[in-house]
Write a protein that binds this ligand. Structure first.
Ligand code: KG4
Ligand code: ZN
Length: 355
């Protein structure tokens, strides 16, 4: 079965991506076409613009992925596509592209849950065995998953409102820093004093692994306005200290909730995925928690932590190995919880529905 070669297609948010991956974990190509520039003026992803751009770019991304892999469609064993959750127009564009290819070539079609793509990435990058604990932290997702098999996920907790990346982006906006805000907030925080401005640690007083980041954003807004009222303006040092206080609060919350997740559901590996996993302070805090619990800490390379087609191709391979095939009636799903036993999540993030 290791001679499998899958094309993976991803278009659930603002990246149009295609990749070719083998059953023995080789990424032959991974093309990601970002739409950041198209949405920059709107302060968030505009679903209609995203869907149109995906429809325009998917063919090109697939062509480029095949060309970079040096393969034709006839060399593939199957086609995997994100069938949800995400912005429905984009997901539909990807699913239609994949169906067209499957119908034209006769290749098997495998619909993949986008979150499963993220959650199975440590198996692609590091070949980790089940079970392991996964913390997804991005602009649109935030949840702890216990991963027991390619289609066996238990949700231990997650955000009840904003995702952390979304909070980083909103803090950047409040402080007139560029988008996406995470890296800019991190750069400011590196020179700030995390102790000068007090901020809450939301939901730490409650048991369990659920998190909340929207109150933290409001607390930063209040502190910013108080400083402006006191001083008649915001100084560069104030901005740095606000960023440092905010980042430290997020890191502490994620670390404590990870500690609880590992204590309640011991696993040999704590893995992270999502753009926020790029943050050095957060990464260090999680690594320390994993170490204290005797677990290995695993953060895939950033290009595989953020949205990409390789994780979809890989999740498709894992599902295919389990005997899973989809027909041309595969439908695009805006919501698709990974853990069918978990209660539905509340709220929806800047990047569309959360699962
Ligand atoms: O995984 P991703 O590329 O997209 C999805 O949300 O699916 O994550 C993007 C998010 C953005 O909100 C961005 O601000 C955040 O990840 N991010 C960071 C850092 N780099 C990116 N947040 C904190 N620190 C960073 N260094
Ligand atoms: Zn994602």
């Amino acid at each position: 079965m290791d001679d499998l070669i899958f094309l993976g297609i991803e278009s659930s948010c603002d990246d149009t991506a295609a990749a070719v991956v083998t059953g023995d974990r080789r990424i032959l190509s991974s093309v990601v076409s970002s739409q950041t520039d198209l949405h920059a003026d709107f302060g968030g992803v505009v679903p209609e613009i995203a869907a149109r751009a995906h429809a325009e770019r998917l063919d090109l991304a697939v062509e480029q992925a095949l060309a970079e892999a040096g393969l034709g469609l006839d060399a593939l064993s199957g086609i995997a596509v994100t069938a949800g959750p995400g912005l429905i127009g984009g997901v539909m564009a990807g699913v239609m592209c994949a169906k067209g290819l499957a119908a034209g070539t006769g290749l098997p079609l495998v619909g993949v849950n986008h979150l499963a793509g993220h959650a199975l990435t440590p198996r692609l990058t590091d070949g980790v065995d089940f079970p392991y604990l996964m913390l997804l932290v991005s602009g649109g997702h935030c949840q702890f998953l216990r991963v027991e098999g390619p289609d066996d996920f238990t949700r231990l907790g997650g955000t009840i409102d904003d995702a952390p990346g979304e909070a980083f982006d909103k803090i950047a906006k409040l402080l007139a820093l560029p988008q996406p805000g995470g890296p800019h907030v991190e750069a400011e925080a590196a020179q700030g004093d995390p102790h000068r401005i007090p901020l809450p640690r939301p939901l730490l007083d409650r048991p369990g692994c659920d998190m909340s980041f929207s109150g933290l954003k409001t607390a930063v807004l209040r502190q910013r306005d108080a400083l402006i009222a006191d001083q008649g303006g915001l100084r560069a040092a104030d901005r740095r200290d606000l960023c440092a206080a905010f980042q430290t609060a997020v890191a502490e919350v994620l670390a404590e909730k990870s500690r609880r997740a590992l204590a309640g559901s011991p696993a040999p590996v704590l893995a992270v995925a999502g753009g926020v996993a790029a943050n050095r302070q957060i990464r260090a805090a999680l690594e320390a928690v994993a170490g204290a619990a005797g677990a290995r800490f695993l953060a895939p390379p950033l290009r595989l932590c953020t949205d990409n087609g390789a994780m979809i191709a890989w999740a498709g391979i894992e599902r295919f190995r389990m005997g899973h095939r989809d027909g041309l009636d595969l439908s695009a799903r805006p919501r698709w919880p990974l853990d069918r036993r978990a209660a539905p999540m509340l709220g929806s993030g800047k990047k569309g529905a959360k699962a």
